[in-house]
Design a protein around this ligand. Sequence first.
Ligand code: CP
Ligand code: NVA
Length: 311
Amino acid sequence: MAKPSAIRHFLDLDEIDARTLRRIIDAAHTMKAAGKRVPVKLRPKGIADDVLVLIFEKPSTRTRVSFDIAMRQLGGQTIMLNQNDLQLGRGESISDTARVLSRYADAVMLRANSHDTLLELAKNSTVPVINGLTDKSHPCQIMADILTFEESIGPIKGRKVAWVGDGNNVAASWMHAAAKFGFELRVACPDELRPKEDIVDWVRREKANVTIMKDAAKAVSGVDCIVTDTWVSMGDTDEARRKKLLKPYMVDEALMAKAAKGAIFMHCLPAYRGNEVTESVLEGPQSVVFDEAENRLHAQKAILAWCLGAV
Ligand code: CP
Ligand code: NVA
């Protein structure tokens, strides 16, 4: 059993040092170039006997399938569980679940309603735990997004990115990434849907180049990349209020035209055309959203390889 301090959990980008994150992204570029045949040096030792357990408390298409296939391409195996498949759904504690799963599995990925559930799982687990999205953050998504930015534009360090819309979980991981990868991030959102204060405080303490503003047009001026996300995340109940507040934040061709020449458009998907983005931008020449979706697979192979000691 690994010592707790030696366990490579992938919980949030703010907890992992910048050099390690850079190494994982470099490995992701290599993984992508190699296709299905993962280079031997990036295959964790003993991977053929390793099993990744995937637990979902909420729906998923990309995270579910890309993690499953990533583990198989590395040479390992997976077990996929929804919350109600486990005794968790009948009230067994997260800590007991973590202690039991640690005796069987070699890594656990969790998509959780509450970030606290993820932290409790990691605290009690003796195998690596990976954040597959919580109400607070979505770090695996942003690793794929960095990979996508870099293959479309080049190294992200020193570049400019604008987040337009809800200051949600995906925005939070972009804010962490701005500090860790050294790029400028402008977050345009209504006052009512600003990123959570603890993340704002963290970027301030890190002296990251992150600005939060209300004006979407100002935020996107001259940027290399515009990113947005759904206006109604899983678990949000105030759909009508959000749609009203976020109406001025739809990414359309006029907004894209204010970005730098050759700028790209990103969205983690699923997308809601006519809300956060127009059909013409999502399907237009600047959109890299399906490369971004594909890159979940390559980035996650690199994340798994790091968690299991090969990166
Ligand atoms: N982007 C993303 O995490 O998609 P899923 O909800 O389909 O996993
Ligand atoms: N912010 C969205 C992302 C979905 C991948 C949500 O949490 O539902």
